[in-house]
Design a protein around this ligand. Structure first.
Ligand SMILES: *Cc1c(COP(=O)(O)O)cnc(C)c1O
Length: 335
């Protein structure tokens, strides 16, 4: 498996497919973060997508690639991918069944149902949801749309990188939230094709950073899933990872890990300095800004806005938040 498994041509083709349904999001300069970093810093606002995250891009591209006569689609998801698949399936008039664990918050389940998809809430883990999705493939002839490890998904997410490179051709560093690596791999393919010297930095939370552990071990390894403010970055790479591990291994220049306290603070920073509502996973790039190796102008991908608003309100008012059995101490924002 080499990085050539997805090419710039695939990303360019994906852009034509998703045009009109996914938004070409703005890249806005941040005066505050530019001052902090001592260089130009821009924010790529994927939080403005119709479903509240960039996952719409890969889902639209993957669903569009299914052959005529496809009976329907299924996936397992912690929320955002399921919403993307539900959105893309509805546009094609396809049945969609999204399998989730009982840990997925009610607001995310409700948003998926509102798009007309069926939901199956099964057990307490991603693995159980994946097993149900696999059974739907075998028994009902549905097609699985993986959350990251598929060429169409990687190419779709890569359109984010294409847009950044067009809007900021001199970009020197892109900071990308990193979980299964579909987004980082896609951006890497697009970025390095047009600007080979640019740095690609993946950012994960300290708790359960699957790609970081895999790169360190030289192969995907199991990681413990722990409650995190960056809930959308949870889950493993899968033991049979075909694509994103190899691509991220080849294309990422660095992986930075950030603490829960740093994510909390970055969510406050985006809110008070830029008036942006970002979920924890989307704020990790801002959290890593002062620690990542930077070159030239920087673009930070703000990946989504699908945050539980009660937790968000607690964070912006400086109150403590629950993370499983633990409590994360809060503090009131002061620049
Ligand atoms: C899925 C997701 C990510 C991580 O994307 P991967 O392709 O799995 O690395 C980051 N942020 C948000 C908001 C997400 O939903």
């Amino acid at each position: 498996m080499t990085a050539a498994a997805v090419t710039l041509a695939d990303v360019l083709a994906a852009r034509r497919v998703i045009r009109g349904a996914a938004v070409r999001t703005p890249l806005i300069p941040s005066a505050f973060l530019s001052k902090v970093a001592g260089r130009e810093v821009h924010l790529k606002l994927e939080s403005l997508q119709p479903i509240g995250s960039f996952k719409i891009r890969g889902a639209l591209n993957a669903v569009a690639a299914l052959p005529p006569g496809t009976k329907g689609v299924t996936c397992c998801s912690t929320g955002n991918h399921g919403r993307g698949v539900a959105f893309a399936a509805a546009r094609r008039g396809l049945r969609a069944v999204v399998c989730m664990s009982s840990l997925v918050p009610a607001n995310k389940v409700g948003a998926i149902r509102a798009l007309g998809a069926e939901t199956r809430i099964v057990g307490g883990s991603q693995d159980e949801a994946l097993a149900v999705s696999a059974r739907l493939v075998a028994e009902e002839g549905l097609v699985e749309v993986p959350p990251f490890d598929a060429p169409e998904v990687v190419a779709g997410q890569g359109t984010v990188g294409l847009e950044i490179a067009e809007d900021l051709p001199e970009v020197g560093t892109i900071l990308v939230p990193l979980s299964g690596g579909g987004l980082a791999a896609g951006i890497g393919v697009a970025l390095k094709a047009v600007n080979p010297r640019a740095r690609l930095v993946g950012v994960s939370m300290e708790r359960g950073a699957a790609m970081h552990a895999a790169v360190a071990a030289g192969r995907p390894v199991p990681v413990e899933e722990l409650p995190s403010l960056a809930d959308s970055l949870g889950g493993g790479l899968g033991p049979e990872n075909r694509l994103t591990f190899a691509l991220c291994h080849d294309l990422l220049d660095e992986i930075v890990l950030v603490s829960e306290a740093e994510i909390y603070r970055a969510m406050q920073t985006l809110y008070f300095e830029e008036q942006i509502v970002a979920e924890g996973a989307a704020a990790v790039g801002v959290a890593a800004l002062s620690r990542a190796g930077l070159r030239g102008p920087v673009a930070i991908v703000v990946t989504g806005r699908n945050v539980d608003m009660e937790a968000f309100t607690r964070i912006v008012t400086g109150r403590p938040v629950r993370l499983g059995d633990e409590t994360l101490e809060g503090s009131v924002y002061a620049p």
